[in-house]
Every structure is written in structure tokens, then in C-alpha cells.
Write a protein that binds this ligand. Structure first.
Ligand code: FES
Length: 402
């Protein structure tokens, strides 16, 4: 099946996101290859993919075998035409294409001798695709907004969040496997247009920033920073190599959906010291509403992987890693009853786990009123009553702590 993007001028608000953020593979020649990156990125849902007919076929080589595929499609789509499957987890068989906007570089293959993301690369006549990366390949991904941060994340101990000065330095990874209509950081999440960086390049910038700001903590957040496992593990390892002093902390903020035990072990062995896992929900329907995921089985797997990741870290790596969990709150998305049930499940894992509740507001594609301070106090109270000892909630008037 081939597609083209159709723009609806009545829905468009001319915000410029499709021009500023999207790594459009057909922009130079003003053609559309139907990759869908602009559809995923547009905050006003003013672009949709419709089926499009391709007149011509071209020849490409996949692992040295010649095939005919439609012209003007992405390499990913060409491989799907040839029978390749898409997978949701890196460990499953098939192609791993989790962000589809050219941010995570998990989908990279060797194309005419250069590593390129297949989701946003257009096929051309005679293209030579090698689906297996060479051993010497150094992972890449788009990471941006290298900066000092005064607020911290879900994996930052709340006592450090004084609002006074910079407490961490780090960066944000582009690309996500969720499509949250309330994405709180969408200009970074969908920024496929930036040049990618190697783990060493990113670690070097952050280590320099650490010196400049004189802080102990370094972070990576997103988007979803765990999508590209080889990149993230090498990045943490490299950060540690450049920051050997015992005070240095290496903090990962994530949705946890891909963190199986082997991945967590690798991150711990690489040097991760702090992690924030955003649990989103307990019920799969709520999880789908918050994340924008449409397939129930996939959503259930992502949700439970995140919950299991928290238990595993607490039980297996106790004392070696600081674990914080995040819960979103807005009455439009999740009930107080479900928040309480989440609190009970977290209590069973460990009553002293840090739980940060974020007051979700209108962002990206969703309009809703920000929770009032009174509502957030009710959330705080409900979680305290489950027996949890370390709850914080974000309100319009600052953080309420334990
Ligand atoms: S899936 Fe292609 S770059 Fe993320």
C-alpha cells in the first residue's frame, strides 16, 4: 500500500511545526513519499495519510538481491512491500521502527554505504540496502536541548527540587513509541530535523556542561530515550568514563515500556544511578487514552513492562539505583479511584518509592483545564492514604511534598 500526505487548510493553524521539526524526505523536490512523519508531528491533526497510487516501479537491492518496488516510498515501506514485518520490541523478529519521524535511529540500515533511518529515507533507483549493520557501526540518534535544568525529572529526588538554580545538566532525545495527545515536550519529541549524534559526542557536551554548572547530576529524557538501546547504553557508559568521581549521578527519565530485565541490567552495568519511570496508568484503557496507542495488546505489553521494570529495579538493584515513578493526573484522563489503585500497587512494590504526580495540562493535541490545586491536594491525600511515604504532587502553586 502506498500513501501520500493530505493537508487540510481548515484544520491547519500555520504553527510551522511541519516545517521546523519534520525531516521531510521529499521536501527538496516537493514530493511526498507518504512516510507519515508530518502526520505524527502536526499538533492540530491537519495532515492525514491517504492511499496514493505510484505509476512506476524501481529496482533496489536488499542484501544483494534485486527487487522491484514502488517509486516514491520510504525504505521502510519498500521492505514492508517485500514482506518484512514491523515489531514493537527490539527483541522480537522484524524491523524495529518505533518513532517513525527520524528521531531515534533504531531503524537504521546501511543504504549505499551510509547508515540512514529507513522510516524517512526515500527509495531510489539502484539503491543498495544492507539490513544488518556492520560491527564497527557507532550508534546515532537525535538528541537536543543540551542544557542545565532547575526542575529535574521523575527520577530526581524531590528534596533537590528547590526551584533554586540548576540541579542537573543533560539533553532530550527525539522520537517516541507513544503518541500522547497531551505530550508535554512535543517540540523535542518530534524534532527529526536535527543532525544525529554519537553517544560520545552527547556525553562530551554534557560533561562540559557539568563543569560549567558545577553540578553532580546528568540526565537524559525525551521523547523516549530508551528507544535506541545500543545508543543509550554506550551513552551512559561514556558519561561514566568522563565523570569518574563518586559524586557523579547518571539519570534516565523514561516511559519504561521497553525496559525488560536484560536492558535494565545493561543500563545498571553501564553506570546508571537514577531512573524515573512514568507509569501513566493501571488500566489498559486509561493507558491507551493517555498514550494515544491504538492497539490493546501492544498497550498492555508496554504498560506492564514499565510496571515490571519498577519492581525489578527495586528488588534486584536495591541500594544501587534511585527509582522514582511518575503518574499523570487530570480528571479528563484518569480517575482518582485509579490513582488510588496505582498507589496500592506501588505500595506493594515499596512504600518508600518516590511517587511524583504531574498535573497534566493542555498540550500538543489535547485541550483541557489544568487541575486545580485543590484537586491535586485530593490526589496527594488519596495516595498518602494508601500508605505511600514519599509522594509529591505538582500544582500550579509549586510542589507539595511528603
Ligand atoms: S523509527 Fe526511524 S528514526 Fe525512529
Amino acid at each position: 500500500m502506498t500513501y501520500v500526505a493530505k493537508h487540510d487548510p481548515l484544520k491547519c493553524r500555520w504553527c510551522g511545526a511541519c516545517m521546523e521539526l519534520v525531516a521531510c524526505p521529499g521536501a527538496d523536490e516537493m514530493v511526498c513519499i507518504g512516510c507519515g512523519a508530518c502526520v505524527i508531528t502536526c499538533p492540530h491533526q491537519a495532515i492525514e495519510l491517504i492511499t496514493g497510487k505510484r505509476e512506476k516501479e524501481i529496482s533496489i537491492y536488499v542484501n544483494k538481491k534485486k527487487f522491484k518496488v514502488s517509486e516514491l516510498i520510504s525504505v521502510k515501506e519498500a521492505l514492508v512491500e517485500l514482506g518484512y514485518q514491523i515489531k514493537n520490541h527490539a527483541g522480537e523478529p522484524g524491523m524495529f521502527v518505533p518513532c517513525q519521524i527520524g528521531g531515534c535511529y533504531s531503524c537504521v540500515m546501511m543504504i549505499d554505504g551510509k547508515a540512514r533511518p529507513i522510516c524517512i529515507t526515500r527509495v531510489w533507483e539502484g539503491m543498495k540496502i544492507d539490513t544488518v549493520l556492520p560491527k564497527e557501526y557507532t550508534p546515532l540518534r537525535v538528541v537536543t536541548n543540551f542544557t542545565g535544568h532547575s526542575v529535574g525529572g521523575v527520577g530526581t529526588p524531590w528534596e533537590l527540587k528547590t526551584g533554586q538554580g540548576i540541579i542537573e545538566v543533560g539533553c532530550f532525545a527525539a522520537g517516541c513509541n507513544f503518541s500522547c495527545p497531551t505530550c508535554q515536550n512535543w517540540r523535542v519529541t518530534y524534532l527529526g530535523k536535527e543532525e544525529p549524534k554519537t553517544p560520545s559526542e552527547a556525553a562530551k557536551i554534557i560533561s562540559e556542561l557539568r563543569k560549567d554548572y558545577g553540578v553532580e547530576r546528568m540526565f537524559i529524557s525525551g521523547g523516549e530515550c530508551t528507544l535506541n538501546k545500543p545508543w543509550l547504553v554506550q551513552f551512559i557508559r561514556e558519561l561514566k568514563r568522563l565523570n569518574l568521581d563518586p559524586a557523579a549521578r547518571f539519570h534516565v527519565d523514561t516511559n519504561g515500556s521497553l525496559l525488560d530485565f536484560a536492558y535494565l541490567d545493561e543500563l545498571m552495568e553501564a553506570g546508571m544511578t537514577d531512573i524515573g519511570i512514568d507509569l501513566k496508568a493501571l488500566q489498559t484503557e486509561t493507558f491507551m487514552c493517555i498514550t494515544g496507542l491504538k492497539e490493546k495488546i501492544k498497550a498492555e505489553k508496554f504498560k506492564e513492562t514499565a510496571w515490571r521494570a519498577v519492581s525489578y529495579l527495586v528488588n534486584t538493584w536495591e541500594g544501587k539505583v534511585f527509582v522514582g515513578v511518575g503518574i499523570p493526573y487530570n480528571k479528563e484522563l484518569i480517575t482518582l479511584e485509579e490513582i488510588t489503585m496505582m498507589g496500592r500497587r506501588i505500595f506493594k512494590i515499596n512504600p518508600f518509592l518516590q511517587v511524583s504526580v504531574l498535573n497534566y495540562r493542555s498540550e500538543f493535541r489535547r485541550n483541557m483545564a489544568i487541575p486545580t490545586t485543590k484537586e491535586m491536594k485530593e490526589v496527594f491525600q488519596a495516595l498518602k492514604e494508601t500508605g505511600l511515604k514519599n509522594v509529591t504532587v505538582q500544582t500550579e502553586n509549586g510542589i507539595i511534598g511528603p
